[in-house]
Design a protein around this ligand. Structure first.
Ligand SMILES: O=C1OCCC/C1=C\Nc1ccccc1
Length: 477
């Protein structure tokens, strides 16, 4: 059942208004509507499938329709359309009476965490009771919202691949990669729920987050009690409260309050270069060094052009701290010092920073990144062109392949007939259309049927799939 504290608390309000009238629009004798979901393409040519399980568990599993709901919705839609006859009262009452409120649908999906080239079927939906063919596409509205976790997960993973490449090349290992991109996006999300969903999608690839809501979602829906970690960190208020002349006292207090482990101190409240040179690099330098065996300091700039600022901080620290050259020939700050760039980070800006830092002879391992708006918000359904289309219907007992093929945009042509997702001889994922696939080879898994969840993926399993062959091991010597 949906959580009662949600503005919408039942499936009768989860569809676009026009869908309320669609049961009157299929041909007489229609007994089956079969639809599929795909990414038609976008910034990246492969996506990580993630987030369907949350939607199913939250909205569709169990007895989700009652007589009272139907009664209320009948009244509601009468007012919405100013007509008492558009809402499918009989259809929904049939589901209450015949199925005890369980949705007679079958959903088959590629396992969550699977990385799939675009233009491939990711899940299919069909009605299991011939009396309610209109039910399939009722759930388009809700199910297409999987575009969000899927797209966040995809962008997050692409950033992991990028950071991993630079980290490996400039340090000889990818140790610590899971903590190199921290989620700062809670406040910039459109709602607590979307922060939870998008933050969980990021946690498929990484283990550093400040988006607490995401941890709750992973715990409740993906069987992971603690999907991400964080550490003590300052914000501008906890520095500025000491006033400008007290900035060094504020910094000292951070190390006093958190004498062991990692502590992050935002240092650009007034003048980042003064803070790095004269406070971290001089007045508190001995204290920072004395922490060596207890913990590390993370210096966080939060303004200015990221490349310029990060490079300048590295140079200033190089002059004031014992740096070394690592096995790959890149400069490293002492292991108790890191720089966290959490401002202006996106897939595009990350690349410029990583490249500039390497170009200047520094290892990526000196850095940690934080991302908020770009990680959780700077995406929409069109970013990866996520769509849901009907590809087969059965009318008077005869199954027919159906599709759209707009003269005005061939890119919107949809797939035909019943679909399977299979691997070709080269091991590539491909979609077989028109019912010509081999059910034995179909990688789509039945995950939902008649109100029951058939598979319950854990975040651990999903992380394994999404992280598989991220960095193909060099063939063993
Ligand atoms: O500095 C940090 O070190 C690592 C832990 C997180 C952290 C900062 N968090 C944050 C969250 C939301 C907006 C801005 C910053």
């Amino acid at each position: 059942m949906a959580s009662s504290n949600h503005p919408v608390d039942n499936v009768l309000y989860l569809a676009d208004s026009y869908k309320v009238t669609h049961h009157k629009q299929y041909p007489a004798g229609t007994t089956s509507v079969y639809s599929y979901f795909e990414s038609r393409g976008g910034k990246f040519n492969e996506t990580v499938f993630f987030g369907l399980q949350y939607i199913l568990k939250k909205w569709m599993v169990g007895s989700v329709v009652t007589k009272e709901m139907v009664e209320e919705a009948k009244e509601f839609y009468h007012h919405h359309f100013r007509n008492p006859r558009f809402f499918n009262e009989d259809g929904w009452n049939y589901i209450v009476e015949k199925h005890n409120g369980h949705l007679p649908l079958r959903i088959k999906a590629v396992p969550e965490g699977t990385v799939v080239p675009v233009k491939n079927v990711l899940f299919t939906v069909e009605n299991t009771d011939p009396a309610v063919p209109w039910l399939t596409n009722w759930f388009e509205t809700l199910l297409v919202q999987v575009w969000y976790p899927m797209t966040v997960c995809t962008f997050s993973r692409m950033q992991k691949i990028m950071i991993g490449r630079y980290l490996y090349r400039t340090s000889g290992s990818i140790n610590g990669l899971s903590y190199k991109l921290h989620d700062f996006g809670y406040r910039g999300s459109t709602s607590v729920e979307s922060a939870a969903i998008g933050g969980a999608a990021h946690l498929v690839n990484f283990a550093g987050t400040d988006t607490i809501a995401a941890l709750q979602l992973c715990k409740k829906y993906y069987d992971n009690p603690m999907a991400g970690l964080s550490v003590p960190a300052a914000e501008h208020s906890t520095i500025s409260a000491w006033t400008k002349t007290g900035e060094a006292d504020a910094f000292r207090n951070m190390m006093d309050q958190f004498p062991t482990g990692i502590v992050s101190v935002v240092s650009d409240t007034y003048d980042i270069y003064n803070a790095v040179s004269n406070i971290w690099g001089d007045e508190l330098r001995q204290m920072v060094m004395d922490r060596e065996e207890y913990g590390s300091l993370v210096i966080r700039p939060d303004s200015g052009d990221p490349v310029t600022v990060v490079l300048k901080i590295l140079e200033l620290l190089y002059e004031r701290y014992p740096c070394l050259t690592n096995s790959e020939g890149y400069r490293m700050l002492p292991n108790y010092l890191k720089i966290l760039q959490g401002d202006g980070i996106s897939y595009e800006s990350l690349l410029t920073i990583l490249a500039a830092v390497e170009e200047a002879g520094w290892s990526t391992d000196n850095l940690v990144f934080g991302s908020g708006g770009a990680l959780l918000q700077k995406l929409d359904r069109d970013t990866q062109k996520c769509v849901f289309k009907c590809s087969s219907v059965t009318v008077n007992g005869e199954a027919r392949d159906v599709w759209k093929e707009p003269l005005t945009d061939s890119g919107k042509t949809s797939k035909k007939g019943r679909l399977t997702l299979e691997r070709d001889e080269a091991g590539q994922l491909v979609t077989i259309e028109e019912g010509r696939g081999d059910p034995e080879k179909d990688l789509l898994v039945p995950v939902f049927e008649n109100g029951r969840l058939l598979v319950d993926y854990t975040l651990k399993e999903i992380r394994t799939l999404a992280g598989a062959d991220l960095f193909p091991k060099k063939n063993p010597k």
